[in-house]
Write a new protein. Structure first.
Length: 265
């Protein structure tokens, strides 16, 4: 890319990013993205559970994420909600062999038990995030969700697989999951099945790709991809679109992953 991007004003930059959102926010995006896994389902609870478990392991090689997320679904008989609510102890045994990077069978079983408790005691995943949302953000609700999720008996190791923004984590995977569940622009990618949370409260799923592109474009000057950086990026993106700021995740991610965006000096 040419260094002309360094001299864009805010309106020009917004127009550039809007064009990239239009390019990437299409059903074709689903083919290579982890969001394809919940798209296999039609039952609301299956969609949100498949989405949550897929988002939980969504780091590392994208091909392996898809392979292992499909394996998770197969281990639950491709009926995640029914499996979680009605499984026997014997049906959990095959899950012990599951591994995705540092997420192992023990973690998987812990997450099955945690999700079951959320549906049994708290009215489901959507209810937790909806009840505990802040007036402008979902970061406190993510923190509360982690607290309630790990009320079950569990090994300490499993806690690292749910981030806490109040501990300055970017919580990339949960912010991505919330985009999937809450945002609906009728483009066919995000589901928008959680109606009680306004998309204006969503935060960009900040990772190495979106963070690097954001810095290249002058949207972010903090070098760490942490919770503070998420807040700073949110402020800018909400100026571009106050109702749907997280749509720019498509632009930042697409530029980084698919285009290898880099401004020359």
């Amino acid at each position: 890319m040419l260094n002309e991007f360094k001299f864009m004003n805010q309106n020009e930059l917004k127009q550039f990013l809007d064009e990239k959102v239009t390019l990437y926010n299409t059903p074709n995006f689903i083919e290579s993205d982890p969001i394809q896994i919940p798209h296999f389902y039609t039952l609301k609870e299956d969609i949100e559970i498949a989405g949550f478990l897929t988002a939980t392991i969504a780091w590392g090689n994208r091909k392996m994420i898809l392979i292992n997320a499909k394996k998770m679904m197969e281990l639950m008989g491709n009926s995640p909600f029914d499996f979680i609510m009605n499984h026997t102890e014997n049906q959990l045994l095959p899950l012990n062999n599951f591994v995705h990077r540092t997420f192992n069978g023990t973690d998987f079983i812990t997450f099955i038990q945690g999700i079951k408790k959320i549906y049994t005691n708290y009215g489901g995943l959507e209810n937790i995030f909806t009840l505990h949302q802040d007036t402008t953000s979902l970061q406190k609700s993510i923190s509360k969700f982690k607290q309630l999720f790990f009320e079950i008996q569990h090994q300490q190791r499993s806690q690292k697989h749910i981030s806490d923004p109040l501990n300055n984590s970017a919580a990339k995977r949960l912010n991505m999951y919330l985009r999937w569940m809450c945002r609906n622009d009728n483009k066919g990618v995000d589901f928008g099945i959680w109606k009680g949370i306004a998309p204006s409260k969503l935060s960009c799923p900040l990772d190495i790709h979106s963070g690097n592109v954001a810095r290249q474009l002058g949207l972010l000057n903090r070098m760490q991809n942490d919770g503070k950086a998420v807040v700073l990026l949110d402020e800018i993106l909400r100026k571009f679109d106050s109702n749907d700021p997280v749509k720019y995740d498509f632009a930042l991610f697409g530029l980084g992953v698919f285009e290898g965006f880099k401004i020359t000096s």
